[in-house]
Design a protein around this ligand. Structure first.
Ligand SMILES: Nc1ncnc2c1ncn2[C@@H]1O[C@H](COP(=O)(O)OP(=O)(O)OP(=O)(O)O)[C@@H](O)[C@H]1O
Length: 643
């Protein structure tokens, strides 16, 4: 028996509001809040390489253009700086003014040309990057949905995988696009900084250490302030999740009716206000710390700048540096500081985005691990016999098995019923038989071959599934039944499925008939009643003309006439196929060829209706309870029929 390991709840919920379970949604915030610059710089190359690989995959041409043009623009920035040095040297040289102007003219022309070239390259780079970012986003989004939809169903019962996928979907794909921009910024600013470093070294060897002195506090302050941002995100992530949950519950259509019917508004508003106050207080507290750290950074940067300029003046007064060089150094140091500021910001952002990108790539790898190719395996062939032998199954993280040692057989031409009380394992068994879950022990065979060895796509094509919890897709009524593109629809099969399920009456009442979108968010979209939805779901299961129809509570929402019609359909369907029927309506199991009774995941009884009634066990008891309800005397009505 499996044991569930409960996670300790995360702190961060305001008093009086339920504690949220620990979030795995923002695992990076804690790391980032304690990050050292060195750690960041050592991991950065690998993250940048990953971003470049995706950019290249998305569009080699735009990647080359984006980086080439940006780096080119950085080189022309260096040319501008060199020209400025030339201009200053020309202007501050000895001699009459016209001569000095003439000396400065070539540098002036060079500066003008370089500024023009830089602007042209920047425009080109912005255009190329504007194309590249959506291409990268598209590439990762397509990869994500391609891989996520191929994973096996049980992956979605694992909350760790669901969190990982949610994170990849909501953060990874957008951050992957941004990462390209940050990588470009790092390349551009590195070129600018190298250019400044080269120019100042040429001007005077002492200027390079002075440049380093000026920029060090800027770098320190940038890393500190980023760390505080992460710290704030970490502190608030639980409250933000709570806020999101409450906002969702108070503004969505699904919860709107209950919110009003149960007069939940005051209670929800009060809890929401408590969470909002908590967020506000935390923000205010962090803002104070952030301001003081930023002030320290600014003061240090100011002191360093003053020291640098004092050193420049000292060099100037000591006759160690001509005035023109000092002027150029002043300009260069200012540019170097600005370039480093931008570089540090790009490094921070790139690192953060890179973590989400690596998270996304981990999700890709995890999805591949959880996938079994649908097309690999044998063809199941028409069903003769389906056997479930000694099957055990537990949901991931569940305390107990949902099924233990289950044996059942379904033969072609039979209607086999699964009955049992709530939670006894009927739906789980149906899901295993349809090949969506894999048993932990035992096996399920289709004509003697384990279904794990069959091609999943061909197996699914032979099974018509009417699920207990069916999804109404934001598609037309037709596509909600065929689950395929319009051009792939088989009109005869569609007509048959509509007739057998009773969905024909539903479609007749829709304004646009089969073309009506079953979602009011679409133009002409309509909503269906619970029973109408169930008829559509039944038609979906009957459309494939399958060898095995698995019907899990197919009539729970149907009216008496529709229910009778659907059960008759199953009887008829069984003539050419097999039907596995799960139902609590025991009147309809009387005519089943065989009945299995499940209790706490075990098959506890089996036989025909009369066998089980004679046996006098759980089935007879449940049947008796239902029958008694129909025989019970009523002041207004009296039924003398059994169910
Ligand atoms: N996705 C899931 N993750 C974890 N446990 C699950 C999941 N689905 C079902 N269970 C558990 O497995 C057991 C069997 O559930 P199952 O849905 O198969 O019962 P059932 O017989 O179909 O019930 P009902 O008559 O209410 O539809 C129950 O204890 C249930 O709580």
């Amino acid at each position: 028996m499996k044991r569930r390991h409960r996670q300790r709840p995360a702190s961060g919920s305001p008093a009086g509001v339920p504690q949220l379970a620990a979030s795995r949604f923002h695992p990076w915030f804690a790391d980032l809040a304690h990050l050292s610059l060195w750690h960041m710089l050592t991991r950065l190359p690998a993250l940048i390489a990953t971003a470049l690989r995706w950019s290249w995959k998305a569009s080699p041409r735009d990647t080359l253009l984006t980086f080439g043009l940006n780096v080119g623009a950085g080189v022309f920035s260096a040319a501008v700086l060199t020209a400025v040095v030339g201009i200053l040297q020309g202007l501050f040289a000895e001699g009459p003014t016209p001569e000095r102007l003439q000396n400065a003219l070539p540098s002036l022309l060079l500066a003008g040309g370089a500024v023009f070239a830089r602007a042209a390259l920047r425009s080109g780079a912005i255009w190329a990057q504007g194309r590249l970012t959506p291409m990268v986003e598209r590439a990762v989004e397509v990869e994500l949905v391609t891989l996520a939809t191929a994973t096996r169903l049980e992956a979605f019962d694992d909350s760790e995988w669901c969190d990982q996928l949610h994170r990849a979907r909501s953060m990874g794909t957008s951050e992957a696009g941004r990462m390209t921009g940050y990588t470009v910024d790092i390349a551009t600013e590195t070129v600018s900084l190298l250019a400044v470093a080269t120019v100042v070294t040429v001007l005077h060897p002492l200027l390079l250490p002075l440049l380093a002195l000026t920029v060090a506090p800027v770098g320190w302050a940038a890393v500190r302030s980023a760390r505080m941002r992460y710290e704030r995100m970490r502190q608030l992530s639980t409250s933000r999740r709570l806020q999101y949950m409450y906002t969702h519950a108070m503004t969505e259509r699904d919860s709107a009716a209950e919110l009003r019917a149960y007069a939940m508004r005051p209670m929800l508003l009060e809890e929401f206000a408590r969470v909002a106050d908590h967020v506000r207080d935390a923000m205010v507290a962090v803002a104070a710390r952030q301001t003081s750290t930023r002030a320290v950074g600014d003061v240090l940067a100011g002191i360093a700048t003053l020291a640098t300029y004092a050193a420049l003046v000292a060099l100037l007064l000591g006759g160690l540096m001509p005035l023109a060089v000092a002027g150029a150094a002043y300009v260069a140091l200012g540019q170097g500081k600005a370039a480093l500021d931008r570089l540090m910001s790009a490094v921070n952002s790139c690192y953060e985005s890179g973590l989400y990108l690596s998270d996304l790539l981990d999700a890709f790898a995890e999805a591949r691990r959880r996938t079994r190719p649908a097309t690999v395996g044998k063809d199941p062939g028409p069903l003769q016999e389906l056997r479930v032998q000694g099957v055990d199954f537990a949901y991931p993280g569940a305390q107990a098995n949902a099924l233990t040692g289950v044996d059942i057989t379904v033969n072609r031409g039979q209607v086999v019923a699964l009955v049992g009380e709530n939670g006894s394992g009927k739906s789980t068994l149906a899901t295993l038989i349809s090949g969506l879950y894999t048993p932990d022990a035992g096996g399920i065979t289709w004509n003697g071959t384990d279904i794990a060895d069959l091609a999943a796509d061909r197996l699914h094509a032979r099974i018509g599934l009417i699920r207990q919890q069916y999804q109404q897709w934001p598609f037309s009524a037709e596509r909600n039944i065929t689950m395929a593109a319009a051009e792939a629809t088989d009109p005869d099969r569609l007509k048959r499925a509509l007739r057998l399920s009773g969905a024909d009456q539903v479609v007749d009442e829709l304004a646009l008939g089969l073309a009506t979108p079953l979602d009011t968010r679409f133009e002409g979209g309509e909503d269906l009643s619970g029973g109408q939805r169930q008829r559509i779901a039944a038609a979906r299961g009957l459309y494939p003309e399958a060898d095995l129809v698995i019907a899990d509570e197919p009539t729970a929402a149907l009216d008496a006439r529709a229910e009778e019609r659907l059960f008759a359909t199953f009887q008829a369907a069984a003539e050419g196929a097999a039907v596995l029927l799960i139902t609590h309506r025991l009147a309809s199991t009387r005519s089943a060829d065989w009945i299995y009774v499940l209790d706490h995941g075990h098959v506890v009884e089996q036989g025909t209706h009369s066998d089980l009634m004679t046996y006098g066990g759980l089935y007879a008891e449940l049947y008796g309870i239902q029958a008694a309800a129909y025989h019970a005397p009523s002041p207004h009505l009296s039924y003398d029929d059994t169910p």
